[in-house]
Design a protein around this ligand. Structure first.
Ligand code: NGQ
Ligand code: ZN
Length: 457
């Protein structure tokens, strides 16, 4: 399907994944960007847009869009003890020179790639706020405005998570010079949030959250002052690296997740990003609180973080979603695949996450990431009346999809298909990806190329 749909239209799907499960011959009516009706078991009516397999778009719950511009540039071997921390030095060097125009161009490229690979909303964990010398821009939220512009150009749903960052390490250590573009006090951050709210106003269904960067970057007092500033989602990086856990214990006697639950009322508004290194008691508290574990399998592998105890967490009913984080590679299906494969490799078994025979691995991963991701990004999930019409069409004629039905469609997409299986993407009722290509790809990629030439010359 290629034509731009009118503001009210109806899709007819051979197969559709509804909140109640798979259904055949489903009519989905879209009005003003939202799902207005879902009727299964009907032939297509005149004027319906015919589709093969419709599933909801996935939320990408954790991204630092600008890092797409340095993807593949930190993979040089031979260094002694290359690690997350030395990668971070290179990342700081990259961000030191980034101007607002380049931010927008790189973010548009990243957001476009997300849409082309199945993510229809992004949680942008945004911390590059200030000018190169560390002074706030005259328009304080100008980087937020650039991200909103990139979302508008690509069509992606935006949950913007402005980051509060004030310290270099646990216990309120002063920030180091490489962090100067990130830094706020609470009062300055409150003003940034006002600017961010204004920047999001033109978007159809943007959500504003907040993100205390990590327990390294924020004190307990600051955390308490930040939480009342906004009602939306709260995201934090936590327990990603062993060294971080050790420093937290040395500083407080508590592990990071333990510290958080001892000092803050963590609830379903929260997304704990990574939470890689947790013990059984921390896991139980995460599950009981209803917070979402924000897992970023490709980045966590790339940075050598370690493996989140996903099987135990899933069996206990923990909520999770996936994020592309460093954007070293953007592909929602590959995130889900690696989440499962990491567990298979370490547990030496197959199909280790799906709890029972009612759901396949692909279905379990997809629905878990859909529901947990939507919760973390502050929106409704799935093909139901009232939700945003964020839809993916899988191509039943793709070689990896032939003859599949039901869960096997998702399994084949997640485990067995290369890119081409995702044909069409509607976002808030508009077709943004057709035949696997974003409708603005040429323009967006040309601006990205120009920005990168400037940065890497
Ligand atoms: C970030 N990324 O904010 O981009 C971090 C690195 C830090 C990841 N944690 C910086 N993957 O954690 O201090
Ligand atoms: Zn991150």
């Amino acid at each position: 399907m290629t034509s731009a749909p009118a503001s009210t239209f109806t899709l007819h799907a051979d197969h559709a994944l509804l909140p109640s499960g798979w259904a055949r011959k489903v009519r989905i009516t879209v009005a003003q960007g939202r799902i207005a009706a879902v009727d299964a078991g009907h032939a297509a009516a005149h004027g319906d847009i015919a589709t093969d397999v419709l599933v909801p778009g996935l939320p990408n719950l954790h991204s630092h869009a600008f890092q797409r511009g340095m993807a593949g540039l930190t993979e040089i071997g031979g260094g002694q003890g290359d690690s997350f921390w030395s990668w971070r030095e290179l990342m700081y060097r990259f961000l030191a020179t980034l101007r607002p125009e380049a931010m927008e161009a790189i973010a548009a490229q990243a957001f476009m790639e997300m849409l082309e690979t199945g993510s229809t909303r992004v949680g942008e964990f945004h911390y590059l706020h200030h000018d190169a010398d560390g002074a706030p821009y005259v328009q304080r939220a100008q980087m937020c405005e650039r991200l909103a512009a990139a979302a508008a150009q690509t069509g992606i749903g935006l949950t913007l998570l402005p980051v509060f960052y004030a310290h270099a390490d646990f216990g309120g250590a002063p920030p180091n010079p490489a962090q100067r573009r990130l830094i706020h006090d609470v009062e300055g951050f409150a003003r940034l949030l006002e600017g961010a709210r204004a920047a999001l106003a033109p978007l159809p269904d943007a959500v504003l959250g907040i993100a205390p960067h990590s327990l390294r970057a924020v004190t307990g007092q600051e955390l308490a002052a930040l939480l009342p500033l906004n009602d939306g989602p709260v995201h934090i990086h936590i327990a990603e690296q062993v060294r971080e856990v050790e420093s937290c214990v040395a500083w407080s006697g508590l592990r990071p997740v333990q510290w958080l639950y001892e000092h803050v009322a963590v609830d379903a508004r929260w997304c704990l990003v990574h939470a890689t290194h947790i013990d059984q008691a921390e896991r139980a508290r995460m599950v009981a609180s209803g917070a979402v574990a924000g897992l970023c399998p490709i980045t966590e592998a790339n940075l050598g973080d370690g493996l989140f105890p996903m099987q135990a967490f899933a069996r206990e009913g923990g909520r999770f979603g996936v994020g592309s984080d460093s954007n070293v590679l953007i592909d929602a299906a590959q995130e889900l695949r690696l989440l499962e494969y990491g567990q298979r490799l370490t547990l030496r078994g197959r199909n280790v996450l799906a709890p029972d025979a009612t759901r396949s691995s692909g279905r379990f991963l997809f629905e878990g990431a859909l529901n947990g991701g939507a919760q973390a990004l502050g929106v409704a999930a799935g093909l139901q009346v009232g939700a945003s019409a964020d839809l993916l069409e899988l191509d039943a004629g793709h070689p990896a999809m032939l003859g599949r039905q039901g869960d096997a469609l998702l399994d084949s997409w997640v485990f067995a298909a290369r890119n081409g299986a995702l044909r069409t993407v509607w976002r808030h009722g508009q077709c943004w990806v057709s035949e696997g290509r974003h409708i603005q790809r040429d323009t967006i990629t040309a601006r990205f190329a120009q920005a990168l030439h400037g940065l890497l010359a």
